[in-house]
Design a protein around this ligand. Sequence first.
Ligand code: NAD
Length: 257
Amino acid sequence: MQLNDKVSLITGAAGGIGLGIARRFIAAGSKVAIADINMDAARQVVAELGEDRAMAVAMDVTDEDAVNAGVQAVVDRWGRVDVLVSNAGVQIVHPIEDFPFAAWKKMLAIHLDGAFLTTKAVLPHMYAQGSGSVLLMGSVHSKLASPLKSAYVTAKHGLMGLARVIAKEGGPKGVRANVICPGFVRTPLVDKQIPEQAKTLGISEEEVVNNIMLGGTVTKEFTTIEDVAEVALTFAAFPTNALTGQSLIVSHGWHME
Ligand code: NAD
């Protein structure tokens, strides 16, 4: 699986899973745009990955102008966009009756508006090239629900629908779209939830990890950033567009279908 001479744009790539995907794609030969709202972290990442193969792109994925300017900056530098990984995401947990409306809207904006706006911005370039691969970062929560996660589950389910429409519209123009569905991965996004869930549910942090996060897995293991990056590479580098409109769960068997 190689991405030689490809240009990949990854949102939320200054840390966590997005950074892991960026590292894997560079190892596979891709040039990578590190698009993130946290520019200090993005610049540090680019310094580490090498300015010849990586570029930092300032992008709040909920801001249409910022998304369009970021995609244009990538095209200006490297002339094309072959792979979009819409990965930027946050987590906010509350029971529905306490979920602040502003927090709900923020969650849907980052996960759904972000995927829509970045896709909308790259598609004209991919259509002009006659090829492209769009990856949306879903979750096991694209397939099932958990308490406290109404906004996250709603958004992650929504990405399944968006990917299928991109696959239908993009197919005749050489563009494919797929969804990656990881189980729990130890990143800042998950570390933040452990004490929050323990408090809301009235259980220990150890119980949150062992029962809620890993209770359904077959080996009581977290999925790793490297596991997710390998799935991303498979979708990005697959040699034909036969692989489109699909989702792949990587979760140590937490959810099987
Ligand atoms: P993370 O918090 O480690 O990293 C998220 C990155 O997104 C950060 O670099 C942050 O600066 C960036 N970001 C946040 N808001 C942004 C915005 N508006 N515009 C641009 N960038 C923004 O999180 P992570 O765990 O690596 O999660 C990445 C994706 O993977 C998310 O979509 C998340 O829902 C999904 N996911 C994570 C897990 C998990 O267990 N960690 C499981 C399944 C799916």
